[in-house]
Ligand binder design. Sequence first.
Ligand SMILES: Cc1cc2nc3c(=O)[nH]c(=O)nc-3n(C[C@H](O)[C@H](O)[C@H](O)COP(=O)(O)O)c2cc1C
Length: 332
Amino acid sequence: MDNFWQKLKPSARGGRPILALAPMAGITDSAFRQVCKGFGADVVYSEMASVAALCYNPKKTLATLTSDKKEAPYVIQLFGSDPKHFERAVKLLTDKRRFSKFKIPASPAGGKNSKLPQGLDINFGCPVKKVAKQGAGAVLMDSPERAREIVKAVLDSTDLPVSIKIRSKVGATTALKFLDGLSALPLAAVMIHGRPMSAGHSGPVDWQMIKEARNHFGGVILANGGAVDRQSALDLLRKTGADGLGIARGALGKPWLFQQILNFKFKILNREEVFKIALKHAKLTEKLKGGAGIIEMRKHLCWYVSGLPGATELRRRLVAVNDLAEIKKILK
Ligand SMILES: Cc1cc2nc3c(=O)[nH]c(=O)nc-3n(C[C@H](O)[C@H](O)[C@H](O)COP(=O)(O)O)c2cc1C
């Protein structure tokens, strides 16, 4: 088993922390992952994928999960509640023969976007009602037996390194207690979103809980929550002692954040430089997703121009773009 997490550990790279693009549904598609990778993200996560969908609608679901070799190491995040679904989905994702049977088209433009992942992640952190109603995501932290069965099913079905993403607390279950229940299972990494499930995506981050988990767990620990610039990222690292960070919203419209965190000399980008990156991102999205990608790109374009002079007027035009030519015209 090639455990890329071990190679990324700060102790193996002269103290350099691991910077991961955290999973975001509707956002961390292949184009955005490639852009973040280009700016120094060490590892990138997919949007969460339903194991039930992988079992019952495999071709369509697989097509949304393929990656380019530039993205490696690429981690697919899975959610669900049935260990059997996890087992089947994992076998499908990691067995080259089964995977190739589906003849997943590369991309509308014929690129080679058809690589299997280098790692798998299980979602124990999503608080969204639609997911919780299925008994999946963060609510599983309050069902330790079921959670353990799921982790075991995944570990038993693949040679790839397996990680989990958890919350600092769900109900009465702390991250520490949850990890205790999974001890002896060879998990490679844990990303801890330091906010309790009840807080959703806002409010303070429990640094102490992440620090305690760090001292408790032998694998890689990534701290997540509130790293939006170099200072907040370094604070989160220092206060938790984590091996690295999961960065989510901080990278929206600012994929260079990964580079900025590591390089104190990184200079603020000017408008032209930001536009150039936004356009490159849009071109790649169109290449991989065709016209539908441009509609999805609208929100990214608005994030890119946020804070720039004239942002309100730019946003008004960017939310209505339908093709690359229109984007070029606006960002000229
Ligand atoms: C729009 C959006 C979608 C998200 N989708 C996922 C997801 O698919 N899987 C997951 O584990 N977390 C998901 N998250 C949570 C993030 O990975 C991250 O834990 C959270 O945003 C806190 O990190 P941040 O403060 O750096 O944004 C999502 C967050 C947002 C804002």
